[in-house]
Ligand binder design. Structure first.
Ligand SMILES: Nc1ncnc2c1ncn2[C@@H]1O[C@H](COP(=O)(O)OP(=O)(O)O)[C@@H](O)[C@H]1O
Ligand SMILES: N[C@@H](CCC(=O)OP(=O)(O)O)C(=O)O
Length: 382
């Protein structure tokens, strides 16, 4: 069934990030399913023929490595798991390349970590490389750099869902599609009788309670379950992009989503598309510290687009330097914004609660009227 909202989103989706989970790419024994890889590659070629640029974020390296090494179970030792990922990653790219070649396209391997997104220079380098790959007509295939980034291979830490959201923010893609083994977000566990797919979500808060873990069957190669997908959805929708979660085994799933069909769950952007630098501040950087604010400061920043003045700061946590990104926390204790600070933590401790007029007297010399200027500040909407 065609849907007007979905058609509007499809019309603006000139860049799309598609994330494919392990469950979509491997069979129950963990072996790569070549039929699935071919189907994803064919569909990406179709989107490119429509003039859309696609970044594929693909899991499956650990599964493919287990298959190629002939292991009968998922290693529990971390270095063996990383070794399996390294073996599997080359198979994965080989398979994608083979499938894309038929369409005259090349697979480009891009291995990233959340730390690469944190570091401003690496972040910009990654963005430039992806742009250049689009110009060459290649298909960037992103996976976590499993060899160096240990947390992602453990359960319940960062994973490819989050990486896909960071890449969506990096290239400002109007649409991210998370392909998995269920039809979308259900209002209960998908295996429970009576659970139904939620077709449209405008307020993420209203559905967070439904997100459960991965079903933990078979080789347990997936990492996050629906909870990690909804965290990824939150990052992208807050930045002003749209997300669909759908079943990656549904024939022509990407083509049909981009035709505006009601497939899976659509999460609508929480507001206008956030500017590039503010995206990096809001979702890519790991904050170095925390500033506690009173209600007046929270209101001025969250509701009126103001800057942060020292007079509204009630507490400082952590040690940070001028230029670092810090979390801004209101009286409720919840983080509501992030910003790049003009003062290091030692100075902020001295001037907090004070009017700017007293900075000279307290600090000796001073340069900035605001502790965080509004141009360097991102309000987290959800
Ligand atoms: N409310 C829910 N709706 C849909 N799936 C859910 C829900 N709660 C938990 N899940 C689980 O999330 C799984 C998908 O996430 P995951 O196993 O990480 O897959 P992938 O490998 O595709 O990333 C589903 O197979 C399902 O078992
Ligand atoms: N880098 C790992 C990805 C693990 C992961 O995030 O899996 P999934 O939850 O299926 O997306 C791999 O390629 O196996």
């Amino acid at each position: 069934m065609l849907n007007a909202v979905r058609q509007e989103i499809a019309a603006i989706a000139d860049k799309i990030v598609v994330k494919v989970g392990t469950r979509t790419l491997t069979g129950p024994d963990g072996q790569l399913d070549m039929g699935q890889i071919t189907s994803i590659a064919d569909q990406i070629a179709g989107l490119r023929a429509e003039g859309r640029n696609v970044v594929l974020v693909s899991s499956g390296a650990v599964g493919a490595g287990i298959g190629r090494l002939g292991l009968t179970e998922r290693p529990t030792d971390l270095s063996q798991l990383q070794a399996a990922a390294a073996v599997g990653q080359s198979c994965l790219i080989e398979c994608y390349n083979h499938a894309l070649e038929k369409h005259g396209l090349h697979a480009a391997q891009v291995l990233l970590t959340a730390d690469d997104m944190h570091d401003r220079r690496r972040y910009l380098n990654a963005r430039n490389t992806l742009r250049a790959l689009f110009e060459y007509g290649a298909v960037p295939i992103v996976n976590e750099n499993d060899t160096v980034r240990v947390e992602e291979l453990r359960r319940s830490m960062g994973d490819n869902d989050r990486l896909a959201a960071l890449v969506t923010n990096l290239i400002r893609a109007p649409l991210m599609v998370l392909l998995t083994d269920v039809e979308g977000l259900y209002d209960g566990h998908p295996k429970d009788e009576g659970s139904k797919v939620i077709p449209l979500v405008r307020e993420l808060d209203e559905v967070l309670e439904h997100a459960g873990e991965s079903s933990n069957e078979g080789l347990r190669l997936s990492t996050g379950g629906m909870a990690s997908k909804l965290q990824a959805v939150q990052i992208s929708t807050e930045a002003g992009e749209n997300v669909v979660i759908a079943n990656g085994r549904r024939p022509n799933v990407l083509r049909d989503i981009l035709a505006g069909e009601t497939i899976g769950t659509l999460f609508i952007a929480a507001g206008a598309s956030v500017r590039d630098r503010k995206r990096w501040i809001g979702w890519s950087v790991h904050p170095e510290g925390k500033l506690r604010l009173d209600a007046g400061a929270e209101h001025a920043i969250a509701e009126e687009g103001g800057s942060l003045l020292a007079v509204g700061i009630t507490g400082v946590e952590g040690n940070f330097d001028k230029g670092d990104v810090v979390s801004l926390v209101g009286p409720s204790g919840e983080e509501f914004a992030r910003g790049q600070t003009n003062y290091g933590s030692d100075d902020v401790r001295q001037v907090m609660g004070e009017p700017t007029e007293r900075f000279g007297e307290i600090l000796g010399s001073w340069s900035y009227y605001d502790v965080v200027h509004r141009d360097n500040l991102t309000v987290l909407r959800a």
